[in-house]
Design a protein. Structure first.
Length: 272
């Protein structure tokens, strides 16, 4: 627990050490506003209806994608950050704290910061746009906790990839951020996707997690995606996809870590 708490603290410090804490809180508030206003303009003003389920679907979907994807990408990127920027990856791995525990702590630290950002924005979005919500606590807790586990699984898989990569390849994350945004059901329902992509989206862990978090605020599905599906079946899909994501990611991460240690990749730098 000491190692985990220290890793969470380090994660928060690494994210926020470029400025004073009050200014960083302002940054957390402003960070998702670009996507929020994009949704308002496209679905609300151009679509002509700020009260439609379609608008709420995209607005809340983009916010919760921000929570999951930001946690996933920043946790995976910590491998490059620690190896290339701070050059401490080798020392972290040989310390008493297991590297998985450290990676978990970095993910939790980033998740806490992102949740603060989302909460600050929901506190003005809901009253200003006069959004009628039907809040449910259990889907919210399940969505945040289990969804984090699924996002962590994706982060572990890509952490393993970066452990075995001797190139920084930061552009990979930029491509994935947009690609996963497309199939995660953040902005539009996966039902409009062609066959293969629709199936992929349905069983992609971020998709059911975002839908669960929407369900927590509205008590219903806001699109045809999973509409009419009993909650127990919906919850089973959500739980299964996220747990599989974590197990697969954890196995790949451990295999990659052993291989990286054996190959001597822990202190390789690429002048990044």
């Amino acid at each position: 627990m000491k190692g985990l708490i220290a890793s969470v603290y380090i994660g928060i410090q690494v994210e926020s050490n470029w400025t004073k804490k009050p200014l960083y809180l302002l940054y957390l508030f402003a960070s998702p506003i670009a996507s929020i206003f994009t949704v308002i303009i496209i679905y609300g003003m151009l679509g002509g209806n700020l009260k439609s389920d379609l608008f709420y679907f995209a607005l809340f979907g983009s916010l919760f994608y921000y929570f999951l994807a930001d946690t996933f990408f920043n946790t995976a990127f910590s491998v490059i950050d620690d190896r290339e920027h701070y050059r401490v990856l080798k020392y972290i791995i040989v310390s008493k704290t297991k590297y998985f525990t450290y990676t978990l702590g970095r993910g939790v630290g980033k998740a806490i910061l992102t949740l603060i950002s989302i909460t600050m924005n929901l506190l003005w979005i809901i009253p200003v746009l006069k959004i009628h919500i039907s809040f449910q606590l259990f889907p919210l807790i399940a969505g945040l906790s289990v969804g984090f586990v699924g996002a962590l699984g994706l982060a572990l898989a890509f952490s393993g990839y970066y452990l075995l990569s001797i190139r920084s390849e930061t552009s990979l994350m930029d491509v994935l951020f947009g690609g996963l945004f497309l199939i995660s059901g953040a902005m539009f329902s996966p039902t409009i996707l062609p066959g293969f992509l629709k199936t992929l989206a349905t069983y992609f862990p971020l998709t059911s997690t975002i839908e669960m978090l929407r369900f927590a605020f509205f008590g219903k599905h806001l699109s045809q995606f999973l509409a009419g599906t009993p909650f127990s079946q919906f919850f089973g899909l959500f739980l299964m996809t996220n747990l599989i994501s974590f197990v697969v990611g954890f196995v790949l991460f451990e295999l990659a870590l052993k291989s990286a240690i054996k190959k001597g990749y822990l202190d390789i730098t690429t002048a990044f």
